[in-house]
Design a protein around this ligand. Structure first.
Ligand code: PEP
Ligand code: MN
Length: 333
């Protein structure tokens, strides 16, 4: 919403009155004189009554700002992916699996573990966005086949990443949920290609993306035809990047997206914190903040994992975490 001030009113007095009502406001300067004539009132978890605003001293009128992401707004807080409910009133859903699909045996063993912990989605990268071009880049097509096969054997759904528009058609044949990785959140041709398949999309947050940029990226997917979009918070680059924790898990934004924007969001504490010992507490915090699911990396031999070993939980640790979340995580039926 945008409020316009009465001529001659004091913007500071109006700002204080809006703040006193718990509203979050951004001043908008007029083009001509530079003086503040309008305040943008950011979306809020409480309903903001127009009459209440008009009743405040100094406010002339109230208008609605057109949303830059109307399809995301219309999607609502809950979606269904291949029969599994995410968000809204549904119990949180567990997504787990290795960082990279390494072999048919590895993914099959881990799929069994995910299913026995009540997980619904098997994750695993077939193509890997790696910082160094000299590190393992994924087994590609072979990995997609191993992943689907393992998921089918254990009654799980598949989420896996497509890194380029050319990969999207094949990934969407295999995956129930097409993952767009953090590094690609701004890759608009990729978002459009993923949307065109009509599949649901899991959109990870860019390393430094604002909420509006992230929601607009989701809009690209829906506009081009995605069945639905689920967001995934996976940690952002923070000021002075802390070496002991890989990224900053932004739970404020998880709460904002869930309670104010009302979009389904899952949390990936593995890539956020980068170390297995801190994943259980962050997983619990994520659910408290409103996440509708968790994506967790696991490995049975983390010391020899082809990627992201230090952040992989063992199957036993995943089972303990799932048990500690008790009724927080939905179980396969
Ligand atoms: C992943 O989930 O496999 C991954 C590479 O994560 P991100 O895009 O968040 O780095
Ligand atoms: Mn990883």
């Amino acid at each position: 919403m945008i409020v316009t001030l009465k001529f001659g009113s004091d913007p500071e007095v109006v700002r204080r009155a809006l703040h006193a009502r718990g509203l979050w406001v951004t001043p908008l300067a007029s083009v001509e004189g530079g003086a503040i004539q309008h305040f943008l009132i950011e979306p809020h978890s409480m309903k903001i009554e127009e009459e209440m605003l008009l009743g405040l001293d100094g406010i002339q009128s109230v208008s609605k700002r057109p949303s830059p992401h109307p399809l995301v707004d219309r999607q609502g807080p809950g979606v269904i992916v291949s029969g599994v409910r995410l968000g809204g009133m549904a119990a949180p859903v567990l997504f787990a699996g290795p960082c990279s699909v390494e072999s048919p045996e590895q993914i099959n063993t881990l799929a069994a573990r995910v299913a026995s912990c009540g997980g619904r989605f098997l994750r695993g990268g077939a193509v890997k966005p790696r910082t160094s071009p000299y590190t393992f880049q994924g087994h590609g097509e072979k990995a997609l086949i191993w992943l689907r096969d393992a998921a089918d054997r254990h009654g799980l759904l598949v989420v896996t990443e497509a890194m380029s528009p050319e990969e999207v058609p094949r990934v969407s044949e295999v995956a129930d949920l097409v993952q767009i990785g953090s590094r690609n959140m701004y890759n608009y041709p990729l978002l459009t290609a993923a949307g065109k398949t009509g599949r649901p999309v899991l959109l990870k947050r860019g390393l430094s993306a604002t909420v509006e940029e992230w929601l607009c990226a989701a809009e690209y997917c829906l506009l081009s035809g995605a069945a639905s979009v689920i967001l995934c918070e996976r940690g952002i680059r923070s000021l002075g990047s802390e070496p002991e924790t890989r990224n900053l898990l932004d739970l404020s934004t998880v709460a904002l997206l869930t309670h104010v924007h009302k979009v389904p969001v899952i949390v990936d504490p593995s890539h956020a914190v980068g170390r297995r010992d801190l994943i259980p507490p962050l997983a619990r915090a994520a659910l408290s903040a409103g996440a509708c699911g968790l994506m967790i990396e696991i490995h049975d031999d983390p010391a020899n994992a082809r990627s992201d070993g230090p952040q992989a939980l063992s199957s036993k640790e995943l089972a303990a975490l799932a048990a500690s979340l008790e009724k927080g995580v939905s179980h396969a039926s």
